[in-house]
Design a protein around this ligand. Structure first.
Ligand code: G3I
Length: 317
């Protein structure tokens, strides 16, 4: 007995202490009242490792490309939801679904770019929003209604929507989205706005104006395609937006080099802001990422990276 106790104690002492927390990202985020999700490529859904990681680790999904205009309305009035529906039914079950995206200047079919005149473009935009948001009504938690409409200097980006309809196109899109789906949260989504800068100031002013005039906006998506370190003042910037009465979400997180410290700091910034309601990482494995190199939480073999442990520990702290 004495011998076996000694062996047992010896065994315990030999267990390596690991800084990695137990559990999954989804569970740890849920305990903090947040979703933790990932973008999904329809073309990877036959890869069982890919699907297993999504189902085990993530509580939210965003179709990475399949809800975009070129996928859902490739020619006028002809709608196709095959890949998006497949994502929703195969890995979306029981998870928070972020809809991405209703109005964006990229992945826009040429027939839209060739329209001219405010009425024509507005009609096409209204029809698109009504059909797509209507199709997913009741399933989407948050829609990226308008994506990347501002330049870095805070001016409006040229696009067929901006150039033909004018500044009012964003407000118009949000009102159309509310009419199409009264239950989804409606988000403005952009990159390069994680710190306080000319672009985030311009979006802040727009949200402030929308709230003052009851234009339906519920959230701002901070894409968070980041360089090698966490952006300065991220938490304060998130906080000033939530002080306007909107939620914030980190909608497309990836970090060049996948520094564990940077991931930890970014997740910590969200956790420190009570209305930062969730995080989506943009890609399951590095091999799925739109960016080269180490970016996300799983390597190309599907193994957890140090950044994964850092995120889980931060969620658990
Ligand atoms: O669907 C075609 C396929 O038929 C063809 O064989 C293949 C050949 O290259 O291309 C496929 O389309 C690609 C598409 O992804 C689907 O895989 C496009 O070339 C490619 O450009 C496209 O890239 C996407 C990019 O948006 C387009 O701008 C990325 O996967 C996606 O991660 C990226 O996501 C954007 C967000 O929506 C908005 N914020 C920035 C973010 C990164 O750019």
């Amino acid at each position: 007995m004495a011998v076996s106790s000694a062996l047992w104690v010896g065994f315990l002492i030999m267990i390596p202490t690991s800084s990695a927390a137990e559990g999954t990202l989804a569970e740890a985020a849920k305990a903090k009242g947040r979703f933790f999700g990932v973008s999904v490529l329809a073309g990877q859904l036959d890869d069982s490792q890919y699907v297993d990681i999504i189902n085990k680790e993530f509580s939210a999904v965003t179709p990475e490309n399949s809800m975009k205009w070129d996928a859902t309305e490739p020619s006028r009035g002809s709608f196709s939801y095959g890949n998006a529906d497949r994502i929703v039914s195969s890995v979306g079950e029981g998870k928070t679904l972020r809809g991405h995206v209703l109005v964006w200047h990229q992945q826009l079919p040429s027939w839209v770019k060739e329209l001219s005149g405010s009425d024509e473009v507005q009609q096409a935009m209204d029809d698109h929003i009504a059909a797509v948001a209507g199709h997913f009504q009741g399933k989407v938690d948050s829609w990226d209604v308008v994506n990347e409409a501002f330049e870095g200097d805070g001016s409006r980006r040229h696009s067929v929507f901006q150039d033909q309809i004018g500044d009012g196109f964003i407000e118009h899109a949000f009102r159309s989205a509310r009419a199409a789906d009264g239950g989804a949260k409606l988000c403005y989504n952009d990159y390069g706005i994680e710190s306080k800068n000319a672009k985030s100031d311009a979006i802040y002013a727009m949200v402030q104006d929308f709230k003052a005039r009851d234009v339906p906006i519920d959230c701002v998506g901070f894409q968070s395609h980041l360089g090698s370190s966490a952006p300065g003042g991220f938490q304060d910037n998130l906080q000033r937006f939530t002080d306007l009465g909107v939620e914030v979400q980190l909608t497309e997180l990836d970090i060049s080099g996948a520094s564990p410290d940077a991931y930890s700091n970014v997740v910590g910034a969200c956790l420190a802001v009570s209305r930062c309601t969730g995080i989506i990482v943009w890609g399951v494995r590095d091999s799925d990422s739109w960016r080269d190199g180490s970016q996300v939480l799983f390597d190309g073999s599907g193994e957890k990276k140090e950044a994964y442990d850092a995120v889980l520990n931060t969620l658990d702290a």
